[in-house]
Design a protein around this ligand. Structure first.
Ligand SMILES: *[C@@H]1O[C@H](CO)[C@@H](O)[C@H](O)[C@H]1NC(C)=O
Length: 251
């Protein structure tokens, strides 16, 4: 029989190997948690991260769209773009549903995040994405500083130039306050997959928010990872499923 810890280690080691940017120390930390849940603690940041906020429809999906992108370290969802203080899911006023992406600028730049943003939604649908209709689903690029504002407007012009028949509705605005959403909305796609949650040691919500692995698997469950990463995670998950979860059969 293969011990649960080694299965998990091989899974996490695999994620690290194929270039998800997973820190091996993180893998060890997670496996420790499985063996000893009291060992849970937050990792100190290993590099100065930058953050970017985008609105592109339902934040459940938006978070998944960025979670697997190489260089993205953490994702979380929240509300921004409006003026109502302390918005809530059922009462968000004039805010939009947003994803906050924390990324390693040595691996990915704001410019490439903009490419993911455009590729991940229909910026020409007015106040909505597919069946999700309403002001909270509008498309917004939030910027921090003049360089990002210029990159954003340049990329919007380029997007508009692809077709003049309809208008790109995306707003560009300086980021004001980002209000984190309620815990139940964080890593929403991943939470639909109890097996993967268990494999990660059933982390509490606050840890799911800061976990790189959770961000990636959240993208995987929604099938929104880049195809090569989606496939590699799928192969590994299938392998673990095939081997079966070890069962304690007695003493
Ligand atoms: C804007 O970027 C600077 C670094 O260039 C950072 O210190 C600051 O926290 C950022 N502001 C926001 C609102 O993200």
């Amino acid at each position: 029989m293969i011990p649960a810890g080694s299965l998990l280690l091989s899974f996490l080691g695999f994620l690290a190997l194929f270039g998800c940017g997973l820190d091996p120390a993180l893998a060890l930390r997670i496996s420790d948690q499985v063996l000893d849940p009291s060992a849970r603690q937050h990792l100190p940041p290993t590099q100065p991260l930058r953050s970017a906020v985008f609105a592109l429809g339902s934040f459940w999906r938006s978070e998944a769209a960025f979670g697997c992108v190489p260089g993205v370290v953490r994702t979380s969802v929240g509300y921004a773009g409006g003026s109502k203080p302390n918005p809530e899911y059922r009462n968000l006023g004039d805010h939009a549903e947003c994803v906050k992406v924390e990324y390693d600028p040595k691996i990915i730049q704001f410019k490439q995040l903009l490419d993911v943003f455009w590729a991940s939604h229909d910026s020409r649908q007015v106040f909505g994405q597919g069946p999700d209709v309403g002001r909270q689903y509008r498309s917004i690029i939030f910027t921090n500083g003049t360089i990002e504002a210029r990159l954003a407007s340049f990329s919007k012009e380029r997007e508009q130039a692809k077709s003049r028949h309809t208008i790109v509705t995306t707003e560009i605005q300086p980021l004001g306050i980002f209000y984190p959403a309620e815990p139940e909305h964080q890593k929403f796609e991943l939470k639909r997959n109890k097996f993967l949650l268990q494999l990660m040691g059933n982390m509490p919500d606050e840890e799911l928010i800061s976990s790189s692995l959770a961000a990636k698997l959240n993208g995987y469950v929604a099938e929104l990872c880049p195809p090569n990463i989606q496939k590699k995670i799928g192969v590994k998950v299938d392998e673990i499923l095939k081997n079966g979860w070890p069962v304690l059969k007695g003493f």
